[in-house]
Ligand binder design. Structure first.
Ligand code: 13P
Length: 287
């Protein structure tokens, strides 16, 4: 059964580790992540952007697919199904379809409007027992056509949103979605410290987990980050493994054209990436 992300993140905060949010794109992705979480005895958050939900057919298809896999694969670790960067309308749709966790991303609204809309979702989340992630200041890079500028969040605005009682807060600290440019200056731990000073106990999330060096990941966790989002890195490892399959002409051998064979190396690659991240984030054996 799907659970809210609240308990797993509260435990992570106490235990000083982070839970990974891994974004899903299809059945193979979802299976790979769930099986790895189960093998690693790790809690996990499945992230779904609105674009990915649309690609898979819609929010209901996603919820039914994930619920079916939890049952058929006998998954026992805590799993949250989380809307990633939800719009106002999209957040309502995901709630209706049975998602257990919502990110309402109001970062592009003026702060007062972000607060008002976040409050609206907080009320629903509390009624339905869902976790709610909010965002202050957009996170750089491109995600589903939304381009941010690599902002650093204003700690006082973070406090305004954290004080509402949201489950998780996303705040830009120099992180970027997608691959990091060569001239990236790294995470700004000064800003992170100031945000933590203002937001106290509110669990923080680090978006743009792909390509952040291990020492920066570890420092973020030691300072209080409890959720780390990874999307692009699974896409890169899946695509590299699939490319190799064709370059090695495996599709020309026996039944090598069978999609179940074609997709198998990519699935293994996603599993390896997810396992690596769970070990790095410290969530392995914490379910
Ligand atoms: P990456 O694609 O950079 O890993 O970022 C994922 C993310 O933050 C999803 O919200």
């Amino acid at each position: 059964m799907l659970v809210s992300a609240k308990d797993m993140l509260t435990k992570a905060k106490k235990g000083k580790y982070a839970v990974g949010q891994f974004n899903i794109n299809n059945l193979e992705w979802t299976k790979a992540i769930l099986l790895t979480a189960e093998e690693n005895k790790s809690p996990v958050i499945l992230g779904v952007s609105e674009g990915a939900a649309k690609y898979m057919g819609g929010f209901k298809t996603v919820t039914n697919m994930v619920n079916g896999l939890l049952e058929d694969l006998k998954i026992t670790v805590p799993v949250a199904l989380h809307l990633d960067h939800g719009s106002y309308e999209g957040s309502y749709k995901a709630i209706e379809a049975g998602f257990s966790s919502i990110m309402f991303d109001g970062s592009h609204y003026p702060i007062d409007e972000n607060i008002a809309k976040t409050k609206e979702f907080l009320k629903i989340a509390e009624e339905k027992g869902l976790s709610l992630e909010a965002e202050v200041g957009s996170i750089g890079g491109e995600e589903d056509g939304v381009v941010g500028t690599g902002e650093l969040a204003d700690p006082l605005e973070c406090k305004m949103i954290a004080d509402l009682g949201v489950t998780i807060l996303a705040a830009g600290i120099g992180n970027i979605h997608g691959q990091y440019p060569k001239n990236w200056t790294g995470l700004d731990f000064g800003v992170l410290r100031n945000i933590i000073k203002e937001t106290g106990e509110t669990p923080l999330v680090l978006h743009g987990g792909t390509g952040i060096p291990e020492d920066m990941i570890k420092e973020s966790i030691s300072l209080g980050v409890v959720k780390i989002n990874v999307n692009t890195e699974c896409q890169l490892s899946f695509t590299a493994a699939t490319r190799k399959y064709f370059e090695d002409n495996k599709d020309k051998e026996a039944k090598g054209f069978d999609p179940r064979k074609v997709l198998a190396p990519g699935v293994e690659a996603i599993k390896n990436t997810v396992k690596e991240k769970m070990d790095l984030f410290g969530s392995t054996n914490k379910a």
